[in-house]
Design a protein around this ligand. Structure first.
Ligand code: AMP
Length: 483
């Protein structure tokens, strides 16, 4: 197997990787690093969790270190655009961790905080700037930053950028970049409009991809519980009685819903923070820091807020609401079982969400096993269509065979349920566009399958409540950078 040494990375980088206990490059790193080191443009189809940040950060740091130059005033040598503040911070942190023996400068800028400090920090120029598009444009308009000296431009999470409506900002920024540059373009999906954007940015790019987008993460045991909408909160409280849920990310479809869930949890003695776009930067950072440090067991999030968040030791992802875009489901459950750990995803499904569930199963090509409702209630659990569902693909089976036991099985032979009829109207139109059923190609705004991850053969848990080996915060067996 390739190791980092054979990729030809500079010695201080190898030392930093060793300090992180990274032994082997992940598949995206193996594929991408040689192209980037050779100076080529690149399209990388990879989700968060695959090690894609290091796939671009390492060769960029290598280039900056082996071709040292003064940092251009009010500019940078490398620009990384990221859709969210959280992701931007994590990327900058990765550059710092991998580059810790290199004496290169890294800064991150995003909106929601004062611009003055950012302006001051950038006066002398930096080696690497990680930015969200809006704030970067503001800095440029204020003549606090220029893009004409940039050597390497990275567009990360391009699909998410488009989903979030950043396309015009990106086009404006790209016009200001020098013609001669290296461009690295990452996206979880390659829908047509993303491909079109890539065409305008890249020059004869190398293409690398990991893990088909329509497969769910292998080490995640998935379950669905049928429940009436107004009983979801009670169901959540019931589940939380189980201490095996050590650290859970709970997803709500709306910001208002996230607040309501967090408030009711707090009232019931389960302190939880909500993280979403209406929270101030300070609130978001605090919620995330408390969750990461293990001070809070629960984080309630919306899809956008959770995008790219990388927290070790999330034992459970609970979909309080099912997402109306199937890829969001894959992305959500990918927040557990990060980088080699195992995880459990439990989805609550009310009567009006059944069409969402069916879409998810169609997209992932995997039935989600039903778990009996621990409140002893059910929502339409009847026997009919289970037997004619396609068998769960072999690669999703537990190594060594064996189906589920106890609550819900991994091989889809658990409780049966009826055909889920009637597609709910509410909330679908703004996110759904023309689509095909496979792989989400030509999806209009449905990006986000962040399911892929470095593969490995560790056994996973079949039990919804067993931790099954998920890393606890204090068990850093993969030595990931301290994010
Ligand atoms: P990313 O997809 O960039 O968000 O990375 C997912 C996680 O994998 C991060 O926590 C990284 O620190 C970790 N990681 C990246 N590359 C490796 C590697 N080669 N070995 C072990 N962990 C890694």
């Amino acid at each position: 197997m390739t190791d980092f040494t054979s990729l030809g990375l500079a010695e201080p980088l190898l030392r930093a990787l060793a300090a992180q206990d990274y032994v082997n490059p992940t598949p995206i790193q193996q594929q991408a690093i040689p192209h980037v080191m050779a100076g080529r443009d690149l399209i990388g189809i990879a989700q968060t969790g695959t090690g894609k940040t290091a796939a671009f950060a390492l060769p960029i740091l290598h280039r900056l270190a082996t071709d040292r130059r003064d940092t251009p005033k009010r500019s940078c040598r490398t620009l990384v655009l990221s859709p969210t503040r959280e992701l931007a911070s994590q990327i900058a942190e990765s550059f710092r961790v991998y580059g810790k023996f290199l004496k290169l400068s890294t800064r991150v800028v995003f909106g929601g905080v004062s611009m003055n400090n950012q302006i001051r920090d950038l006066v002398g120029g930096v080696d690497v700037l990680v930015a969200t598009p809006g704030r970067l444009l503001d800095l440029i308009r204020n003549r606090a930053f220029r893009l004409d000296d940039i050597e390497v431009f990275v567009l990360d999470e391009a699909d998410q950028m488009l989903d979030m409506g950043f396309i015009h900002d990106i086009k404006r920024l790209v016009k200001l970049l020098p013609e001669v540059r290296q461009t690295l373009f990452f996206s979880a999906t390659m829908a047509k409009e993303i491909g079109n954007l890539a065409d305008t940015l890249l020059d004869d790019p190398a293409k690398v991809a990991v893990t088909p987008v329509a497969t769910t993460a292998e080490r995640i045991a998935q379950h669905v519980i049928f429940v009436e909408g107004q009983r979801k909160q009670a169901l959540l409280h019931k589940l939380l009685e189980n201490p095996a849920i050590e650290r859970a990310l709970v997803f709500s479809r709306t910001k208002h819903g996230a607040n309501k869930i967090a408030g009711r949890l707090a009232d019931a003695g389960h302190p939880a923070a909500a993280i979403h776009g209406n929270k101030s930067q300070a609130q978001r950072e605090k919620a995330l820091a408390d969750f990461k440090a293990g001070r809070s067991r629960l984080l309630i999030a919306t899809d956008i807020a959770a995008r790219g968040i990388d927290v070790d030791g999330v034992t459970h992802v609970i979909n309080f609401d099912l997402p109306n875009v199937p890829e969001s489901y894959v992305h959500r459950i990918g927040r557990t079982a990060r980088a080699g750990a195992e995880g459990i995803a439990i989805s609550f499904c009310a009567g009006d969400e059944r069409a969402y569930l069916r879409d998810i199963e169609r997209t992932t090509r995997t039935p989600v096993p039903v778990m009996p409702n621990p409140l002893g209630e059910g929502e339409g659990i009847v026997t009919s269509d289970r037997d004619d569902r396609p068998a769960r693909p072999q690669q999703h089976r537990r190594p060594g065979g064996g189906g589920g036991r106890g609550f819900g099985s991994r091989d889809g032979q658990g409780q049966r349920r009826d055909d889920r009829g009637g597609r709910p109207e509410q909330g679908r139109s703004e996110q759904r566009g023309p689509r095909q059923d496979t792989r989400g190609e030509s999806r209009n705004g449905g990006g986000g399958e962040r399911n892929a991850r470095p593969s490995g053969g560790a056994p996973r848990s079949d039990r919804p409540f067993s931790n099954g080996g998920a890393r606890r915060p204090d068990q850093r067996r993969d030595g990931r950078p301290g994010r």
